[in-house]
Design a protein around this ligand. Structure first.
Ligand SMILES: [Fe+2]
Ligand SMILES: [Fe+2]
Length: 324
């Protein structure tokens, strides 16, 4: 083999790697620091249908974060462009394990042991949840197309999580379960950086393709998104019809599907915008009061193309002004 190379953080070829490392390490958190038991009084006011919903959306999210921590980042790590990208993906992989574990902290606070086993039996077998996990898993384990792996990761994190995130954000907007929601907001804050970073790395590779190759990959991407959306419609109805929220959840996930495309530098697929989403839920999604887009504070070698810059109502990603 060629000589093995030590990672040198004083010779950075892509400033986005360094900025993302700093951002992610700065926002490090652990589930054990959130006082979840303070939500028990709220939890006891929920009827059985709403308790079922909360438990099972978190069961679904546990499965998806498990997939990211066990397969997703390892798959992306095979295709890195820089050693610093490997370091960032290592950080992301660990945080995916924190995310996956944090739902168990919520379960152990709110649910009985019997309910917890039922939730895991459900997430390990539910048809529509398993459909999406298996589609993404297969793409992660196909090394023939690294860009499709990145698309899968961005679709998973910026789109497929949101049918689950809707529930805790709805409760947060109604002043219920604030500590559960705090965990979800921390996860969401991480995912918004992950989705933007992996989308950025995708765009570097995508821009190197010929026009024909770009068009083929775009066609594949939109078809894949539409397939995932069709499955997501069924998943949403199965979870939310009993509480009557399905239409609102579907608006929210169409809006997030567009965000996933934006992370990948592509045009939106659906007409839904932030204004169409329940404002109470949108308020919950704001992860910071600052408003800086991911790229404006770092480097100058990269510009967003035809996609819009992030606005107040979008996910807020904050970088210290003095990042170099
Ligand atoms: Fe995650
Ligand atoms: Fe993530």
């Amino acid at each position: 083999m060629d000589n093995y190379k030590a990672i040198n953080w004083n010779a950075i070829s892509d400033q986005i790697d360094k900025a993302t490392w700093e951002k992610l390490t700065e926002q490090f958190w652990l589930d054990t620091r959130i006082p979840l038991s303070n939500d028990l009084a709220d939890w006891r006011t929920l009827d059985d249908d709403h308790k079922w919903l909360v438990g099972h959306v978190f069961g679904g999210l546990t499965l998806l974060d498990t997939l990211q921590s066990q397969d997703g980042m390892a798959a992306l790590r095979k295709d890195v462009a820089t050693p610093h990208e490997t370091a960032v993906l290592n950080n992301i992989q660990f945080m995916e394990s924190v995310h996956a574990k944090s739902y168990s902290s919520i379960f152990s606070t709110l649910n009985t042991p019997e309910e917890i086993s039922e939730i895991f039996d459900w997430s390990d077998s539910e048809e529509f949840l398993q459909n999406k996990a298996k589609r993404i898993y297969d793409l992660y384990h196909d090394d023939s197309n690294p860009l499709k792996k990145k698309i899968s990761s961005v679709f998973l994190e910026t789109f497929l999580f949101y049918s689950g995130f809707y529930t805790p954000l709805w409760y947060l907007g109604h002043n219920k379960l604030p500590n559960v929601a705090e965990i979800i907001k921390l996860i969401l804050r991480d995912e918004s950086v992950h989705g933007t970073y992996i989308g950025y790395k995708f765009q570097i590779g995508f821009n190197k393709l010929s026009d024909n190759q770009q068009q083929d990959l775009k066609d594949w991407m939109y078809n894949f998104l539409y397939d995932l959306y069709s499955n997501e419609e069924k998943y949403t109805h199965m979870l939310y019809d009993q509480v009557g929220w399905s239409d609102d959840v579907l608006k929210f996930i169409r809006y997030n599907a567009n965000k996933a495309l934006m992370n990948l530098g592509q045009d939106p697929l659906f007409p839904d915008t932030a204004e169409d989403v329940d404002p109470i839920v949108m308020n919950g999604i704001s992860t910071s009061t600052a408003n800086h887009d991911f790229f404006s504070q770092v480097g100058n070698g990269y510009r967003l193309g035809k996609v819009e810059a992030m606005k107040d109502n979008d996910y807020k990603i904050w970088y210290p002004k003095d990042n170099k």
